[in-house]
Design a protein around this ligand. Structure first.
Ligand code: MLT
Length: 263
């Protein structure tokens, strides 16, 4: 069994516990650039390409977000990181929760952006299996290209058309194998709400008020379960709030980082 390697990108130099960014589906580390530009100097920022996405290999990794979380952990530990503040958007949030469950000593704080802690229902699981089968049999990404329109919201459609070509390009550049893997891995993930009940570090939950994929109810569910959580609702942003309103998301993450270091 080959062990895939995860590509990591130091987006900003800095000191202390790094802020680790995990992207959504079907994207890669590039989705964070606008948000990182809004962060003041401080911690090192490391973005990870999840298995089969961006520059990361898939190898023979089973379709499991647990396996992805273990790989993120191994990769960062291999780079000498003992701890991290882990921030995930959507699929990245599912992986962040798996990381907090499986390697709690590693995770100092959690940023959960446009994501949820609950599992899929049977209908969503079935659609995911169909998408995985469709991209595999056609060997193209037609079944997911249209997602760009759902990731961005009506405000972006009116006022930030500039984001569309980039998001389409990010999706188009993903691999068929990575997209199929992610669909199967997301379908298999369990409900991880209980992780939030036991995680004692600070949690920042962020959601765009136009997010139709993981709407505000999902965010509130996580806040209600967590031991120490704040909620930021981002006006005029949808599922890609970190791209659509990067300054608001950056502020929420700066606050999270400050809570990790409070006496
Ligand atoms: C994502 O943005 O990562 C996806 O929408 C997650 C999902 O399909 O559940």
């Amino acid at each position: 069994m080959t062990s895939p390697t995860l590509a990591t990108f130091q987006l900003r130099d800095g000191a202390g516990v790094p802020l680790v960014l995990l992207h959504g589906f079907p994207l890669d580390h590039r989705m964070w650039a606008a948000m990182v530009d809004e962060l003041p100097p401080g911690p090192r920022i490391v973005a990870v390409d999840l298995p089969g996405h961006g520059h990361s290999d898939l190898g023979h990794l089973p379709p499991s977000l647990d396996a992805a979380a273990d790989l993120v952990h191994t990769t960062l530990r291999g780079q000498g990181e003992g701890h991290a503040v882990v921030v995930g958007l959507s699929m990245g949030g599912y992986v962040a929760l798996a990381l907090a469950e499986r390697h709690p000593e590693f995770v100092r704080g959690l940023g959960l952006v446009d994501t949820k802690s609950t599992a899929d229902d049977d209908e969503v699981r079935e659609v995911r299996q169909q998408v995985a089968a469709a991209v595999t049999s056609s060997q193209n990404l037609d079944a997911v290209i249209g997602m760009a329109a759902k990731l961005l919201g009506p405000t972006s459609e009116r006022e930030r058309r500039v984001h569309y070509p980039a998001v389409y390009e990010w999706i188009r550049s993903q691999s068929v194998a990575g997209v199929a893997w992610a669909q199967r891995a997301m379908a298999a993930r369990p409900d991880r709400t209980a992780v939030l009940r036991s995680f004692t570090g600070p949690v920042a939950v962020v959601v765009g008020d136009e997010d139709r994929i993981t709407p505000e109810e999902d965010a509130q569910h996580m806040v209600d379960a967590a031991v120490d959580a704040t909620l930021t609702v981002v006006p005029g942003a949808a599922h890609l709030s970190a791209l659509e309103e990067p300054a608001v998301v950056a502020k929420a993450l700066v606050d999270l980082y400050g809570r990790v270091h409070r006496p």
